[in-house]
Design a protein around this ligand. Structure first.
Ligand code: SF4
Ligand code: SF4
Length: 322
């Protein structure tokens, strides 16, 4: 497979296997305590998943994208428009596009222009490689018309080529850097999504990214958490504590801080006639987190019944939005 990494991911999570009895009941934890849930406070960001096909096959791609995986098929612009109608009526601020690689979906330019024309802010998650570069003319036109309303967030898994390519495959560093440099040189609003190695401190990582950005002339402040987003690791098979209703007070957090309080993601699963709305970007395949066929139906509470809820959102404290 093109660009597939040769060995295990450098980002692999160490730890014991998750006991089967955990995350098995939406209302109760394995210890019999009430499971935490998150109500939708406002749909601030609507993610449109453009499909799982990707030009890369990263070792730990959470959505298992690859050049052949179309478990989530290409979202059609006509379906996207229906959700954009609904989001407009709900006062949604931002449309996020994620894949796979969004620029591979032939309808992507249409839904991108549609979103911007409706006045939404737009965030595109991309690897900035060849599929994006094929659309330079469109991007320049949109930057001219919409300026800072359009942000592209480029996945640069690590500040070192070796680790980035250990995760993303040989020859994946130079084209990603070239794409990022092109975006920066043309004045786009840009961000980078990176990851921390096990035991790598966040400040050390930010300092190393800052050096890289300076050396390559990339206009990103590596110390701004909205411009360099560093994600904690996710491994649904490794043990992690379940989140109970008591955890909010213990951790000093509120359900309204969690991503699914303010966002949803549209996915179109292979073999299904129409797209569905998932609770969040992180759990696109699990039936329990597919909440309905419209945004109205999906405006329900979400039970935190998945290891990602604990590791990534509540304990790791990450947000997927720029
Ligand atoms: S580039 Fe992103 S979507 Fe594509 S395989 Fe890698 S992590 Fe997955
Ligand atoms: S993983 Fe998704 S459903 Fe679970 S807490 Fe995070 S945003 Fe909510």
């Amino acid at each position: 497979m093109r660009n597939a990494p040769a060995g295990p991911s450098p980002f692999a999570v160490a730890g014991d296997l998750l006991p089967a009895e955990k995350f098995s009941d939406p209302q109760w934890t394995a210890k019999g305590e009430p499971r935490a849930s998150v109500p939708l406070t406002k749909l601030d960001t609507l993610w449109l998943n453009t499909g799982t096909l990707c030009n890369l096959a990263c070792a730990t791609c959470y959505i298992e994208s690859s050049p052949t995986n179309d478990a989530l098929i290409y979202l059609a612009a006509s379906d996207a428009a229906r959700f954009l109608d609904e989001a407009e009526a709900m006062g949604t601020r931002e449309i996020g596009f994620t894949g796979g690689e969004p620029f591979m979906n032939p309808d992507f330019p249409t839904m991108l222009e549609d979103s911007l024309a409706r006045g939404f802010e737009v965030l595109i998650l991309t690897n900035a490689m060849r599929p994006m570069r094929r659309h330079e003319a469109l991007l320049l036109k949109l930057r001219q018309a919409y300026g800072e309303k359009l942000t592209l967030r480029v996945s640069l898994d690590h500040h070192s080529r070796t680790v980035h390519e250990g995760e993303r495959g040989a020859n994946s560093w130079a084209p990603a850097m070239a794409g990022l440099e092109w975006l920066s040189a043309h004045g786009f609003s840009i961000a980078v999504a990176g990851r921390l190695l096990p035991l790598e401190g966040e400040q050390d990582a930010r300092t190393a990214y800052a050096r890289l950005f300076e050396a390559e002339g990339i206009g990103i402040d590596a110390y701004d958490p909205a411009r360099l987003v560093l994600f904690p690791e996710m491994d649904a098979g490794k043990d992690i504590a379940e989140i109970t209703t008591a955890c909010w007070d213990i951790l000093g957090k509120s359900p309204s801080d969690i991503m699914c309080a303010t966002s949803r993601m549209v996915v179109h699963r292979k073999g299904e006639d129409a797209p569905q709305v998932a609770a969040c970007t992180l759990i696109p395949h699990h039936p329990e987190f597919l909440l309905g066929g419209t945004l109205a139906e999906a405006s329900c509470d979400v039970a935190l019944n998945h290891p990602h809820c604990a590791r990534f959102c509540v304990l790791g404290g990450a947000s997927c939005s720029a």
